[in-house]
Design a protein around this ligand. Structure first.
Ligand SMILES: Nc1ncnc2c1ncn2[C@@H]1O[C@H](COP(=O)(O)OP(=O)(O)OP(=O)(O)O)[C@@H](O)[C@H]1O
Length: 329
């Protein structure tokens, strides 16, 4: 469990104060994967630096389990940092060290005996699918393989939390999926808590159980994936289940409705139901159906012709658990 409470970080630039984090509070249960998504300048890097104690927060606390990290003395800092394994955008491996030696590095720092290092590193390399690459140098590895080495190295000191900072931003789509699947698999096998900082919604869609939207140093929306998707009008909902922003130029007269629904309804014949029940010709303008957070979701934009019994149709949809918002046609 990682708990961040009212974290603030204010930088001074001469006379000016820059508020990089403005009271961030979040709680990630043990064994779950939480995504923090935000645009450039939102405060993601500052949050990473404060979580890993590379930077002291101006105020607020960071705790892993019941151990508060933000108040440890400088002498205890190195030890406290071991409870968070870091995965970076670029694996940042030592080019002159083999795969084995790169993963062994944090264990050498802690004075682990050689025999124990050998057992641990071989286990970790097998865990990330690199058992056959122990003697390879970084120059002989693909980008995805390097990232696997970085992940194995992050796990070497048995951290409670894996903090992944833009872990796939430098990878192609296929390798991205493989690395994300590996992170999910490691969570399943090790029960580790994972925090993923990213600007890519696809990362959140693929592996996260919950998500926070960071904007100007504040968390402006958060929740379990299934919960935020189902929030009509929410920014995360729009980003997770997007519809084309531009409407067709020549629309027939009528009323445009956006429908958001989940679970059983996502597979239900909603359109044919209202067509039959209210004797209207429904025009589907756009649609998106996805499986998110373990549930099925659908987002549809439809056009009801002039003369439709709009209040009755809306009431019927709402009664069936479908969120309806009217759009200007
Ligand atoms: N050392 C610093 N001194 C002064 N201001 C800083 C410092 N580091 C970050 N900032 C400011 O804090 C705000 C948040 O920056 P941060 O780098 O955390 O955002 P980010 O979401 O990581 O952006 P990016 O994705 O572009 O890296 C920005 O306004 C930035 O200019």
């Amino acid at each position: 469990m990682i708990t961040v409470t009212d974290l603030r970080k204010v930088y001074r630039q001469g006379e000016r104060e820059v508020i990089a984090l403005d009271g961030v509070t979040l709680s990630v249960p043990t064994g779950s994967i939480h995504g923090i998504i935000g645009h450039s300048g939102a405060g993601k890097s500052t949050l990473v630096r404060c979580l890993t104690l590379l930077d002291r927060p101006t105020s607020g606390t960071v705790a892993i389990g019941d151990k508060e990290l933000s108040s440890v003395s400088d002498a205890e800092l190195l030890n406290a940092r071991r409870s968070i394994g870091m995965v970076f955008q670029h694996a940042n491996l030592f080019d002159s060290r083999t795969t084995f030696q790169n993963v062994a590095f944090p264990l050498e720092l802690t004075g682990t005996p050689k025999a124990a290092i050998a057992v641990k590193v071989n286990d970790l390399l097998n865990l990330v699918g690199l058992g056959a690459f122990a003697d390879a140098y970084p120059a002989q590895l693909s980008g995805g393989q390097k990232q696997r080495v970085g992940i194995a190295r992050a796990l070497a000191t048995d951290p409670d939390v894996l903090l992944c900072d833009e872990p796939t931003s430098a990878l192609d789509p296929k390798t991205t999926d493989e690395i994300l699947d590996l992170v999910k698999d490691l969570r399943d096998r090790l029960g580790i808590t994972v925090l993923v900082i990213t600007h890519e919604m696809d990362v959140v869609k693929r592996i996260c159980n919950s998500v926070s939207l960071l904007e100007a140093g504040r968390i402006v929306e958060h929740g379990a994936l299934a919960e935020v998707v189902a929030r009509p009008g929410g920014r995360l909902s729009a980003a997770l289940l997007p519809l084309p922003g531009i409407m067709p130029e020549e629309l027939p007269a009528g009323l445009v409705l956006d429908l958001l629904y989940s679970g059983d309804q996502a597979a239900a014949p909603v359109i044919s139901d209202i067509t039959r029940r209210f004797d209207v010709d429904v025009n589907v303008l756009a649609g998106s159906v996805e499986s998110l957070g373990g549930a099925q979701f659908a987002h549809l934009r439809i056009l009801l012709p002039v003369g439709s019994d709009v209040p009755a149709i809306k009431a019927h949809l709402s009664a069936n658990g479908i969120a309806v918002t009217s759009k200007e046609a």
